[in-house]
Design a protein around this ligand. Sequence first.
Ligand code: DP6
Length: 359
Amino acid sequence: MNTAQFIPSKLHFSTLKSSHTWQTPSNIALVKYWGKSDPQIPKNASISFTLNNCHTITTIDFEKSDSQKEINFELFFEGQIKEAFKPKIAQFFERIKQYCPYVFEYDMVINSENSFPHSSGIASSASGLSAIAMCLLSLEKELNPSLTTAYINKKASFLARLGSGSASRSIEGPLVVWGAHPEIDGSSDLFGVKFPFKVHSVFENYQDAILLVDKGEKQVSSTVGHNLMYNHPFAEQRFEQANDNLSKISKILQEGNLDKFINIVESEALTLHGMMLTSNPYFILMKPNTLEIINEIWEFRAETKSNICFTLDAGANVHVLYPEKEKEKVNLFIEKVLSKYCQNGQFILDNIGFGAKIL
Ligand code: DP6
């Protein structure tokens, strides 16, 4: 795999001090990434909607240090020094150092905040790591002004992936594929690419309401979770199925068949949880209210002919997906019926977005 393209050849360390701020979104997978090998190579291709309102804003202040030394950074989250997040970021810098040798040349102060409530159970690693990657690329652009936007996005996705796989899908939008797939031109295990085909208008401004069922600490960290796919009795079939579902959903996204879309998206969510139910050790990450919500969604869909559907992350929260045309009706249903299954009645209304923004 061609990783040499991400090792910078000419850098001019003329910048002594600079500061860059990026806003990068979270994303929700339609076909899930679950299972990887070293270094952060997915076992199957995945595709996600980029979100809009759920995002991270990160500023990195860079200051040229006098002597070459170890990677040096301070980390603030929502204004407070955050030692707990440091090991994950330190590991990230360690993994990317050959691609970003300038991390040895600058002291860094990272200030980060999320638009979604703290410990809402919404994974912030995708938006968090993609924001850091974009800030690094802004510095790299100063050190080498010839970089193009296409290269910057590709390398930011490549770096973000090394921090957290799904973060590779949080640089661009509205639909991103990560993982080499024969039917997606330019797709790669190394970085995410924009879905290359024209998407049917029914998916324009598609809505995603995130129902916060359980805001507690994640029961299974993503590392432990992905590792469950080693020696999993159904692993190989699952990886094959995911690639096959990606072929199917690619066609569906172009043709606009919502019945088929709903079928694949819900099946992917339940299969992800099925993999956890059937691994050893085994986990149940859904809560009783997750199931209540799923049943309410199915009932509502049957009664009203709505195109509402759900998907799940590796947790108890539910993402409710629906076309913009149904926004009024579905938002009312969420408010009146589904919110009672959420912790403190909390949910977040979001829609698909277009990726990283410089601030
Ligand atoms: C269930 O990207 O969080 O959300 O690469 O270990 O950081 P790491 O894993 P992570 O896994 C996300 C898994 C998922 C499905 C998906 O987003 O595709």
